[in-house]
Structure formats: C-alpha cells, structure tokens
Design a protein around this ligand. Structure first.
Ligand code: NDP
Length: 245
C-alpha cells in the first residue's frame, strides 16, 4: 500500500560513499523519501536514513535498476528526482592501461547513467514534471593528463544530458549537469597505477589542502533541485577556489 509522504521520492545512484552519500543525508534531512542504489548494500543501510529504501543494484544491470525504481515508486509515489551519481575513475595512459578499465568506465559512467535516466524519464514526461541530475565533472568540459577514457565518459555525460534536456524541456522536465572539480572521496582509490595516484594527490595538495568536500557538491545538487519547477539550472560547475585547471 502506498505510503503518504509530504515530499516526493528522490532516487540516488552511488549513495554508498562520497557525493552520493552526502546528497542522501542532505535530502533526507529535507524530508524526502529516498531510493538509494549501490553495490555495497551495508554501506547504504548503515546510513540509517528515514524513509530510505536501500537496494544492492549494479547500475549496469538495467533490469535491476527498473525493478528497484518500480518498487520504490510503489511505496513512496513517483520519482520526482533522479540523481545519477554512480561513477568510477580509473586513470591511466592509453599506452599502458588495461582496456578492461575503459570498458568498466564506459559501462558505469555512460551506460549506467543512461539506465538511470531510462528508469524515470518516461514517467516524468507523462506527469509533466521531474528533475534528472547527472553528475559529470570538470573533466566533462576539458581534458586532464592520464584521463583519456574518463574524460570520454564525462564529455558523454555532458552531451547526452544537454540533448535529453532539449527533448524533455517542452514537457516540463528538467535536466541538470553537476560538474565538480576535485572532491575528497574514495574515487581515486580505484585507479590501479600508483604513480598516477601519487601525482593526483600532489595536484590536490597543491590546492592548499582544501579541495571540495562531498557536502559542497551535495549542496549544489540540492540548490538545483529546490528551484521552482519552472526554473532549470542547466549546469553547475564548481571547484576549489585554488583549483587552477
Ligand atoms: P566514490 O567512489 O566515493 O563514489 C562512487 C559511487 O558510485 C559509490 O557509491 C559506488 O558504490 C558507486 N558505484 C560505482 N560503480 C557502481 C556500479 N557498477 N553500480 C552501482 N553503483 C556504483 O566517488 P565520488 O563520490 O567522488 O563519485 C561520485 C560521482 O562524482 C562520480 O560520477 C564521479 O565521476 C563524480 N566526480 C567526482 C569527482 C571527485 O574528485 N571525487 C570530481 C568530479 C566528478 P558501490 O561501490 O557500493 O557500488
């Protein structure tokens, strides 16, 4: 039986750490029921947020994403916002990187994000409202050393988001891109090349020890969502003040 809630359902992918986790906490504090998706179910459940349905879903599994969204909508009503945040960054040189790492980034950052949009966009168009927030990166606007495949995925996120925005704007549905610079999260830890990790850490240290926090990005997401439905923040680009590139 449907639960009556004051605020509508928000779906967040990759809510088990970093930006997704911070966004889940902030939106829960604003009273939203949530559907939280990631592979590390324990980390989702440990957040212990009210009205939060937690599901172990690999975002590349389209059927699993559709099933989880349908289950949450049956419990909390239609999804009013989808935060497509799940992502991986496996930095490497094209001359040395295992191609399986490009495949993984394309699968999660692009195909997974499309799966998230697919799960909600039709319903949003039918209802004439809704917001899709796609987490891209400054690496979706400009290139960085050792980022070839990663920037490819994030440029794709910028492009497909803008094209979806054009498609659904006449139906009253918003699409927003969030493009952060360096954020202190677990993201870098999955890169396998130790010297690239070291160089990235030195780059961050050069910013005076203060890159963005996950909370900084969560606040940008919340700001975009909480505009009146008639106002679409198309893109927010944010970075540490001392980030030059
Ligand atoms: P984290 O590594 O802390 O978080 C990544 C999240 O994505 C985790 O919750 C992880 O959950 C989830 N995830 C990864 N693969 C999958 C998968 N196959 N299925 C479902 N969920 C998955 O990093 P961030 O918080 O930094 O990253 C969030 C987003 O922000 C990413 O899209 C990233 O590209 C972007 N970004 C990050 C920046 C940074 O400097 N940190 C800068 C710019 C953009 P689990 O492992 O439990 O599945």
């Amino acid at each position: 039986m449907a639960t009556t809630t004051k605020k509508p359902l928000i779906v967040i992918t990759g809510a088990s750490s970093g930006i997704g986790e911070a966004t889940a906490k902030l939106l829960a504090a604003h009273g939203h029921p949530l559907l939280l998706l990631a592979r590390r179910l324990q980390r989702l459940e440990a957040l212990n947020l009210p009205d939060a349905m937690c599901r172990r879903v690999d975002i590349t599994d389209r059927e699993a994403v559709l099933k989880a969204v349908a289950e949450a909508e049956a419990a909390y009503g239609p999804a009013d916002c989808m935060v497509n945040n799940a992502g991986v960054m496996l930095l490497g040189k094209m001359t040395e990187q295992d191609p399986a790492e490009w495949d993984r980034m394309l699968d999660v950052n692009v195909r997974g994000l499309l799966n998230g949009m697919h799960a909600v966009v039709k319903g949003m168009v039918e209802r004439g409202r809704g917001t899709i927030i796609n987490v891209s990166s400054i690496a979706g606007r400009k290139t960085f050393p050792n980022h070839v495949a990663y920037v490819g995925t994030k440029f794709a996120v910028h492009a497909l988001s803008e094209n979806l925005r054009e498609e659904v704007a006449p139906h009253g549905v918003r699409v927003t891109v969030i493009a952060p610079g360096a954020v202190e999260t677990e993201l870098l830890s999955h890169t396998t090349d130790a010297s690239i990790i070291e160089g990235y850490q030195a780059w961050k240290a050069g910013m005076g020890g203060r890159v963005l926090s996950s909370d900084d990005v969560a606040k940008a997401i919340e700001y975009a969502y909480n505009q009146p439905q008639e106002v679409c923040i198309r893109e927010i680009v944010l970075a540490a003040t001392r980030q030059q590139a």
